[in-house]
Write a new protein. Structure first.
Length: 350
């Protein structure tokens, strides 16, 4: 969103800023309405018998979705552990986040890389996967390509090709790569991460950072990674996962709806998918970084970046307070071991 450019807060935008302001403020009001509705739902739920409690609404689903019943998590049995999913969340919801003000807000608090742990997390993942000089890699769900720029600059990777389903972030990523003189080494394409169109066995490694949580069919994603990586090559990714304490159904519905995740896997489920698609799992661990990271984000928003965040959401104070409550909810889940950041590294065996 464009800066207000010195106008007093709340003044009507003029000239070419008018349309952008309408779009951002409209999105902010839409999100705010869902948040306030969920608060009312929570008050009603506390007065109802447990058997009749509805699951909480999503934060910014399309307007048509608001006419449906409240979303419930679905448990898809994979081995011994149920995967929690929310059928009302899909790719259009994710695209709306990353082409709108929410991506800008995440970048404000998480940095350009938009993943827990930033540079240090990227370096730890690359070191565990032994990614280095002269390699060629693919980043599935690459967003603006910050992870690829890291790999080229700091690991000596010769070439990266990223795919993302949101055209706006791909175009922004291309501009950022060009501005940093990295366009020759990094290509970004609008494509389905589960069907990239890349040749088989084309890459030394496949990379992802806290992004595969947005993918509906994670088995298809892992299968595509196995197809495009060379035998002996690596898969290396971090992701938001269900923690060892597990999510209750209402917690899962609330978390998935706020984050626009269609489902969430746990450590065992990811290990099983990797093994089923020909990867020998070398690393599968909780980074331990989730709760401290959310502590940091909340501290930055409350102590330093409040005005910047308010600017991004159109100076909508009720919306900002509601988003703060959602961050606090995530912090409590993380502290209770119900959500975590997982780190995974595997080697393609055949």
């Amino acid at each position: 969103m464009s800066s207000p450019g010195g106008r007093r807060a709340g003044a009507a935008p003029a000239g070419p800023e008018r349309a952008a302001a309408r779009e951002t403020h409209g999105a902010a009001r839409h999100v705010s309405a869902h948040v306030l509705a969920r608060r009312e739902l929570g008050r009603r739920r506390r007065r109802r018998p447990a058997a009749s409690r509805p699951c909480p609404d999503g934060l910014s689903r399309p307007r048509a979705a608001s006419r449906r019943t409240h979303p419930r998590t679905h448990h898809h049995r994979k081995g011994a552990t149920p995967m929690k999913s929310l059928v009302t969340v899909g790719l259009p919801d994710v695209q709306a986040v990353y082409r709108g003000f929410e991506r800008e807000l995440w970048e404000l608090i998480m940095g350009e890389q938009i993943h827990i742990g930033g540079f240090a997390s990227s370096m730890a993942l690359a070191e565990r996967a032994k990614i280095g000089e002269g390699m060629r890699g693919a980043d599935l769900c690459c967003c603006t390509g910050a992870g690829m720029r890291f790999l080229v600059r700091f690991r000596g990777v010769a070439a990266m090709h990223g795919v993302d389903a949101t055209a706006e972030v791909v175009e922004l990523g291309r501009r950022r790569c060009a501005a940093q003189g990295l366009a020759d080494a990094i290509a970004l394409t609008v494509a389905d991460a589960c069907a990239t169109g890349f040749p088989a066995a084309a890459f030394d490694f496949v990379w992802g950072e806290d992004a595969w949580c947005y993918v509906v069919d994670k088995e298809a994603l892992i299968a595509e990674a196995a197809r495009i990586v060379k035998p002996g090559g690596a898969i290396a990714f971090t992701d938001w996962i269900e923690g060892p304490a597990g999510l209750a159904e209402d917690e899962a519905a609330h978390f998935l709806a706020f984050m626009k995740f269609p489902n969430v896997l746990d450590m065992t489920e990811y290990r099983a998918l990797l093994g089923a698609h020909g990867f020998r799992v070398m690393v599968a661990e909780d980074t331990g970084a989730f709760a401290p990271a959310v502590d940091l984000y909340i501290a930055m928003l409350t102590r330093q970046l409040a005005y910047d965040a308010l600017r991004i959401v159109g100076f909508d104070m009720p919306l900002m307070q509601a988003l703060g409550a959602e961050m606090e909810f995530m912090r409590q889940l993380a502290r209770a071991g119900k959500i975590a950041q997982g780190r995974f590294v595997g080697t393609r065996t055949s």
